[in-house]
Design a protein around this ligand. Structure first.
Ligand code: NAD
Ligand code: UDX
Length: 463
């Protein structure tokens, strides 16, 4: 089947950029991205393309290119489903916050709602694509809902997980390491796979498009995230040993990364990984393993999360200890709040947890992040429900100017590796701070020697 109409349910960090790139690269395909969130859709449609709801380098340009031509954003979910031959489900699959599997399993209620809506609205055969990250065997549940429409419509379900990383979404989508498409072994299943292969074939070379069975595809996504996160927890574990022994974790990472069997990427020690995916997907993997009685497998992967939580707490403890065991009433400035550079996403950012610990110690937190608003910072802290929102508001202030944020501070903590931080006038910042001026580099981005020469008490991770 030649695809000419695509619908994507979910206009978030995955649905928005992914569909924008498909639309740009496939001018012959009409791509409609739908969402229940009216504010989000309005922002995607904002006349000024710089106001789209997601900040990603290069994204505004791609959207400007295709929007209104063959890329549309809408809240009319029924209409888009009815018209499309292919429906991507790209809704959120957060960790469950209630009931069985609370705190571990993926909450699939949004996925099920989509499946039921597709079943209700569809009058012609369709391909349904799992773009969201899902527990292995979710396609079975989706199929069972779709097969009971009673109106004879046939559905093929494909798994096509997304591997983009935030901050580099556009380049990742334009030049993916691979595209993974899982489908049924039947003739219809193989035809559906081919239809999707052709869509990606418009800009991705065929040798990078991998086709598998559905379960391998679903499980590969969880596995990839678990392996990536495991590397970070592994290097973070070594960072503490480095601090005790005089080794330097950057040097260790370089030394092991040059071994081609290990590879150099994802070995950057940090204050701990954040983002909406790693923790959620590993917890989900742990839950699945436990549900099959595979306790050793579950424990093995859970350790990645335990190590990450420890690394975040270790960072806040170090700040308190270094500041003479009290931060009560002290101004501590956070440079960065996003979970990594080049994104406005703050989900599961280490900054949130470090701030929460320090507020428990009665610190006054000043925040500067080039892409994150005060409203978001407060919402992130309130979400933890550690204390009242009034108390959070009293404890945290956001600044538009980094130099103002640092003025009068007892300590600065770097929580996000924004490039601009390395170009600041650190002498000027030092002059405006309380003395001794402490600097905790949670991302190892600054030059220790230069900062110490200025007079900072500078501490990095793992050295
Ligand atoms: P997101 O929260 O940014 O976006 C999801 C959107 O779906 C929201 O705007 C929400 O309003 C909408 N939605 C939910 N239910 C809906 C419904 N029934 N009808 C219409 N719209 C609905 O989430 P995201 O970061 O884009 O992640 C989506 C999925 O992709 C998740 O499963 C995630 O694990 C996976 N994923 C995310 C990333 C990433 O970097 N963020 C990368 C790869 C995979
Ligand atoms: C991740 C996966 O990389 C991506 O393939 C998947 O589709 C979604 O989840 P994302 O969470 O957007 O992407 O960003 P990523 O670059 O993986 O960073 C995740 C976290 O790990 C960030 O907080 C980052 O700062 C941290 N990190 C990353 C490190 O601390 N050290 C590293 O070496 C790499």
């Amino acid at each position: 089947m030649k695809i000419t109409k695509i619908c994507c349910i979910g206009a978030g960090y995955v649905g928005g950029p992914t569909m924008a790139v498909i639309a740009q690269k496939c001018p012959h395909i009409q791509v409609t991205v739908v969402d229940l969130n009216e504010e989000r859709i309005a922002a995607w449609n904002d006349k000024d393309v710089n106001n789209i709801p997601i900040y990603e380098p290069g994204l505004a340009e791609v959207v400007a290119d295709a929007r209104g031509r063959n890329l549309f954003f809408s809240t009319d979910v029924d209409k888009a489903i009815a018209e499309a031959q292919v429906i991507f489900i790209s809704v959120n699959t957060p960790t469950k916050t209630y009931g069985k599997g609370k705190g571990m399993a993926a909450d699939l209620k949004f996925i099920e709602l989509c499946a039921r809506q597709i079943a209700r609205v569809s009058k012609e055969d369709k391909i349904v694509v799992e773009k969201s990250t899902l527990p292995v065997r979710t396609a079975e549940a989706i199929k069972s809902i779709l097969d009971h429409t009673g109106n004879g419509v046939q559905f093929q379900i494909l798994s096509n997980p997304e591997f983009l990383a935030e901050g580099t979404a556009v380049t990742d989508l334009l030049n993916p390491d691979r595209i993974l498409i899982g489908g049924d072994a039947s003739d219809e299943g193989q035809k559906a796979i081919q239809s999707l292969v052709e869509v990606y074939g418009n800009w991705v070379s065929k040798d990078k498009i991998l086709t598998t069975n559905v379960w391998s595809s679903e499980l590969s996504k969880l596995t990839a995230n678990a392996f990536l996160a495991q590397r970070i927890s592994s290097i973070n574990a070594m960072s503490e040993l480095c601090e005790k022994t005089g080794a330097d974790v950057n040097e260790v990472a370089k030394a092991i990364g040059m071994d081609s069997r290990i590879g150099a990427k994802f070995l950057k020690a940090s204050v701990g990984f954040g983002g909406s995916c790693f923790q959620k997907d590993i917890l989900n993997l742990v839950y699945i393993a436990k549900s099959y009685g595979l306790n050793e497998v579950a424990d093995y992967w859970e350790q990645v999360i335990i190590m990450n939580d420890y690394q975040k707490r270790r960072f806040s403890n170090k700040i308190v200890q270094t500041l003479y065991n009290t931060v009560s009433g002290k101004k501590i400035t956070f440079l960065g709040w996003a979970f990594k550079k080049d994104t406005n996403d703050t989900r599961e950012s280490a900054a949130i947890y470090v701030a929460d610990d320090l507020i428990n110690e009665q610190a006054q937190i000043a925040v500067f992040d080039p892409k994150v608003s005060q409203k978001k910072v407060l919402a992130d802290l309130n979400y933890l429900e550690t204390r009242s929102s009034d108390k959070n508001e009293d404890s945290v202030t956001s600044f538009e100017d980094p130099y103002q944020a640092c003025k009068g501070a007892h300590a600065i903590a770097i929580l996000t590796e924004w490039d601009a931080f390395t170009e600041y006038n650190w002498q000027k910042i030092y002059d405006s701070m309380q003395k001794p001026a402490f600097l905790f580099d949670g991302r190892n981005i600054l030059n220790a020697q230069e900062l110490r020469a200025i007079g900072f008490v500078y501490q990095a991770i793992g050295s």
